[in-house]
Write a protein that binds this ligand. Sequence first.
Ligand SMILES: *Cc1c(COP(=O)(O)O)cnc(C)c1O
Length: 437
Amino acid sequence: MKEVQRANLMVDFPLIRDLIDQKEVLWLNPENGPAQVGIVQSGISESEVQEASARLKRFAPYIAKVFPETAPSQGIIESPLTEIPAMGQALGEFYGRPMPGKLYLKEDNALPISGSIKARGGIYEVLKHAETIALEQGLITEEDSYIKFDEPALRNELARHKIAVGSTGNLGLSIGIMSAKLGFNVTVHMSADAKQWKKDMLREKGVTVIEYADDYSKAVEEGRKQADADPLCHFVDDENSVDLFLGYAVAGERVAAQLKDQGIKVDKEHPLFVYLPCGVGGGPGGVAFGLKRAFGDHVHCFFAEPTHSPCMLLGMMTGLHEEIAVNDIGLDNKTAADGLAVGRPSGFVGKTMAPLIEGCFTIADQTMFKLLAVLVDREGIRLEPSALAGMTGPIQMLSKDVQDAAHPNATHLVWATGGGMVPEVEMDHYYGIGKGR
Ligand SMILES: *Cc1c(COP(=O)(O)O)cnc(C)c1O
């Protein structure tokens, strides 16, 4: 980015000064409009999300068989929606003002198979690819039992095919575990900041892991290049994949059903606020899209990012999307929230969600660690640092007087995006940091 361009941006968007200073900020999106308009503009049709949901149901018997931990939910990969009143009280104490409404946690850390939000989109894309191959080869019909995917005819066919992905960690885990289970030949291109235990776990499951000294964008670029050269290789493109997005979007109808089951209303008099940790954008973007489909203008969605990596905020605010990176304003993109260490946002997600998102806010790493420890102490729930990014959402809303946030009937839903696979020692270490040890 040129010097003069940067100077102009600072004039047009004074909030960039605070981003450079790594302050915890809230940005309210002026382009946010009626949900129905944004959904139509997206070009993503109603039926595409429904098809994704139906596809996951077709695969459910297979998933229940090969991942027995999903048997209780009949092979549907879903997480609990949990009220966390003690955490709400702690937030109130922390910030010196009582929390109105109710506080819930969407525990994607407890999603089966890979313990993070990536078990939604990542697994969906792999399943869809497997189905496409099987249908093309005449090895299955949509009416068959998909348990067939566990039989030699299909496994041998899939073994001829490759899947590749670039990842900071959790996407690699989901794609790697699911692909290897189906019999695919799978390679995960990992950035320097990816945790050692994730690389070890994938290698144990027969996944090829290639490491890069560089950051996430570089790993993706290299992975894409290698995959492009091979017609039998499918590259899972975290930055542009509509399939990933659709897999995440199915969460909308699932959450709607869970809220209903728990007797929680969402309407004009009962607004729903959702806080979603954001990396490249596919996960939170897809989930928010699904929620807007389910609840229209009664749901208010915010993306949460580390102060060192506010890529989606920067891209959306300036309208430059993937044409600007946090390095362009002098930020280092270094954060302990490894799922969120992304310097350049997805242009596809930024543009799709620009009319559908209420805003973005940032959170310092030390705040994430502190809240990580508080959540363990008050609720006994252990998350990875990234998954705490949304936890200051209610406070951000209240301190900036965001409309309806203080409504006594409001439900505040913090989307906990990961932590289920983190080894105990690693988790103890995080907790120690949060306790100031
Ligand atoms: C990937 C990830 C996110 C964000 O998802 P994106 O699609 O990259 O925006 C948030 N939290 C965790 C733990 C993740 O692994």
